[in-house]
Design a protein around this ligand. Sequence first.
Ligand code: 6PG
Length: 473
Amino acid sequence: MNTQANCDFGMIGLGVMGRNFLLNVADHDFEVIGYDLDPEKVEALNTEKSVSHVQTTNELTAFIQSLKSPRRIMLLVPAGKVVDSVIDSLLPHLSAGDIIIDGGNSHYDDTTHRMKALENANIHFLGMGVSGGEKGARFGPSLMPGGKLEAYEPVRVMLEAAAAKVEGEPCVAFLGKGAAGHYVKMVHNGIEYGIMQLIAEIYDVLRRRGGLTEEQLFTTFSNWNEGALQSFLVEITSDIFRQADDQREGEMLINNILDSAKQKGTGKWTSQSAMDLGVAIPTIDAAVTMRYLSSLREERIKADKLLKGPELKKTEHQEELIAMAHDALHFAMLVTYAQGFAMLKKASDEMGFDLNLVEVSKIWRGGCIIRARMLEDFMQAFAKDDALLNLMVSPAIAEILNRCEGKTRSLLVQCLQQGIPTAALSSCLHYFDSYRTSRLPSNLVQAQRDYFGAHTYERLDKTGAFHTLWGES
Ligand code: 6PG
């Protein structure tokens, strides 16, 4: 390779995501260079002969020297300490105004600290969520950058070129200040956990109560994907049901996969941050919790023999059950997005991200894991009312929720009676019912707090804090 500064863009970390994202940028006629210490990863990129404009190296100085000024360097390395050590190794070689983009799933607190430290060294830092997996990285991901607008401008053209497009519009936008980008990606992942768990619960009901075969599950989810539920997660779910097991003749793969779901932690971070902010995201919490419960497989198998529930009976009304499941999934997906967006609104106000939720809905319409037709409606809802606190009270969304509420309730009644666990689905209905209840029983909680701890309470008829000597009159 030459050491002339002729590259527009550099990538550190040539794993699956880094390699594919770099090739994607090169597809748009930018000169790019990839760097990795691992010669095998460099070689893997070298073998992609079909793409021009790509250089590779495993020498950091050569990498730095080949980049035009200001240097635009993206990191796609494992989140955590590796990001810090890569930044430390880069720093002595960089000049004021150079830009580092962290495209990994970094925790937003780490991004805030890194941004401050680099600002002192006059280096720009963008924290950018990248969603869409391997295929997305290669052919069009959804990109969620945040930081300083002046750091975004020099990379805007490249990111817009590489991002997925919906109706010609790129699924990337400058999202806001500080760690806004990584925060939005974290909540994206929280919603991803929620919807995946909802779909899993619907699958369970259709299979155990409805008696649907894999073929019928495939057809049901494919049909759903043609309508209001159209989304990447519904689409891949239908595909999963028709995958044969190549290790066991005549069997479907889904039935031979262990029922313990793993996680890398972004869903948990979403729940932790929501708790800190005081925001209710019960469906995302339930999805995280269900991953933990699913991992207790040995315990569950033992408990199955001891703890009794109702005997599960298959329904005689399969079509009716499918219709209920459709509406319940529609209802629950809307409610899950509503929780995620309400969290973003609160986080933006508290942390000063300055998020524009029209832009967030817009860039989630394509490329990312939670892309779905309904994002279009959310975009319209936030465009009509930029102070909207909760999507559920947008008139267009409220109308769908009110329409689906009855069948959702009927499905959940059956699940309760049959002993089918629906932690995420029922959390959606509880969230909806709580949000629409003008008088909750929390007056009693306040009374109890005041009774045992003199924590005081407020009254409906007067302002101020009151304390009662309970039980003394
Ligand atoms: C994406 C995904 C991705 C995430 C995986 C795995 O947007 O492309 O969110 O970033 O890492 O989905 O997450 P878990 O291992 O935590 O399920």
